[in-house]
Design a protein around this ligand. Structure first.
Ligand code: MTE
Ligand code: MO
Length: 454
């Protein structure tokens, strides 16, 4: 697989490695059957070639005369490796992985104060987004705030308004949980049937981390919040964007909402709101207020600018839908995906991500013929509530055009809609909350591109 646009791994098959007739007769239901399926898919690969999958970075494997990469001892097997003193004390990815980067969309208007970067979903494995590749959305730039001067105030309908330092918050009982965060505007451009080239730009305002922090309910109780008359909490950030969002008390009482300082085992990154951000599982990214400085308990929704002018959905009726925070069940195939190139027919591992703001993913089905036939994919563990789930499916590409789609179902029974189903309810001018089934067309040339099928 080759990703022409920007990244991805090249899975190059040695010549003639595929015996199609042998494969097509294989039924692969049991585990043993699956192993046979894979073995037979690679059966005609030249004997003695240990790994039929070759990374882009390697030299092509000469099948006759011997592979110098196995016959000759490389420098690293005979020389002295580097000392721990030669690194900076904080590890970095291999220099060979320098193409794996978050990127600004070529399709969005570029301003001096660039405000969105997308995560390279096509290059990631499992469910955790490395912190340095977490997508970014800043309404007024990002800051690296001095934690010793940062304060969190709790006021409004509370017995004793409180101001916490970071140290005080970190002394309290903590929780650590994996959750996805998706910007409500993820996949927004595709509402209008515009083919954005890669999965990084169609779905890359999505990330998943293990966050650590203090349940918001604990902080409210410490301030003596009125949990009966208090129905909402306003969360406010300390940056210049005046980011304020209304959080319903019912979510907070469930214990799910927390004030995080940790992300993937270390402190939050500055781009992610260091030193404090709100984690609101299942709800669109904008409510995950960064640089969190104030929480106000109130008895009605606040209707702030980011709840009245932005983050509302224009319906076909001409009315706007407000407070539509939940990120409904959605999935996407990340390989093969737009911009990648299949270099030969034969075996491929179709892989992707599924998530739901309402709980766990129950099942993901994959089609390679534009939605006519579906096969159920393997869900990898862990399958966590309101977190990304990883799915995989074995596939033999016959070299003909194929349209690859994934369709997720969550534990509430909600099934991810087609574009036709979504547009029939929501129209075409919604911007936010596009969770339609994504289609990738594999062309005969092996090039993969973004298409919409109705
Ligand atoms: N204080 C503050 N919080 C904020 C924002 C912001 O600009 N300022 N952007 C919001 C939006 S729209 C999103 S999608 C997420 C993005 O978080 P990330 O940059 O960590 O990915 O943060 C939200 N919280
Ligand atoms: Mo967002």
């Amino acid at each position: 697989m080759k990703n022409e646009m920007d990244s991805g791994r090249v899975l190059k098959a040695p010549e003639g490695f595929l015996n199609r007739d042998a494969i097509q007769t294989v039924v692969h239901e049991s585990k043993q059957g699956r192993r046979d399926f894979i073995r037979k898919a690679f059966a005609t690969a030249a004997a003695g070639v240990a790994a039929p999958i070759v990374l882009a970075q390697s030299n092509p494997v000469p099948l006759s005369g011997g592979d110098p990469n196995i016959l000759n001892l490389p420098e690293h097997s005979v020389g002295l490796g580097q000392s721990v003193a030669s690194d900076s004390g904080y590890g970095k990815p291999s220099k060979y992985e320098s193409n794996v980067q978050r990127r600004q969309s070529p399709g969005l208007t570029q301003t001096n104060q660039a405000s969105v970067s997308f995560a390279p979903l096509q290059s990631l494995f499992g469910i955790v987004t490395p912190s340095g590749l977490h997508f970014e959305r800043h309404h007024q730039g990002w800051w690296d705030i001095d934690p010793s001067k940062h304060r969190l105030m709790i006021n409004g309908m509370v017995k004793s308004p409180k101001v916490f330092t970071l140290d005080e918050i970190m002394r309290l009982p903590s929780v650590s949980r994996f959750h996805f965060m998706e910007c409500g505007a993820n996949t927004a451009v595709d509402w209008g049937n515009v083919a954005v080239p890669t999965v990084q730009y169609t779905h890359g305002m999505l990330s998943c981390s293990e966050f650590t922090g203090v349940p918001l309910i604990t902080l409210l109780e410490l301030a003596g919040a009125d949990l009966t008359k208090g129905k909402f909490v306003l969360a406010e950030g300390a940056d210049g964007s005046s980011m304020t969002r209304t959080i319903p008390m019912s979510l907070i009482k469930s214990g799910e909402v927390f004030v995080a300082y940790g992300q993937n085992g270390e402190m939050l990154r500055p781009e992610q709101g260091y030193p404090l951000r709100l984690v609101v599982p299942g709800i669109q990214g904008v409510s995950w207020v960064k640089y969190l400085r104030r929480l106000e308990v109130g008895d009605q929704p606040y209707g702030t600018k980011d709840e009245a002018v932005h983050y509302i959905d224009l319906q076909p009726s001409g009315l706007h839908r407000q407070y539509s925070g939940i990120q409904e069940c959605k999935s996407v195939v990340t390989t093969p995906s737009g911009g990648q190139v299949l270099l030969d027919k034969g075996f491929y591992n179709i892989t992707g991500l599924a998530w739901s703001g309402r709980g766990k993913i129950k099942r993901v089905d994959v089609s390679v013929d534009g939605g006519r036939n579906w096969r159920t994919a393997r869900l990898e563990s862990p399958i966590l509530s309101k977190a990304l789930s990883r799915f995989n499916l074995d596939w033999i590409w016959d070299g003909k055009p194929a349209i690859i789609q994934s369709r997720a179902t969550d534990e509430t029974g909600f099934v991810q809609p087609t574009y036709q189903q979504l547009r029939s309810v929501r129209g075409t001018r919604s911007i936010y909350h596009n969770n339609a089934i994504q289609s990738w067309l594999v062309q005969e040339s092996g090039e993969v591109k973004n298409v919409q099928v109705s």
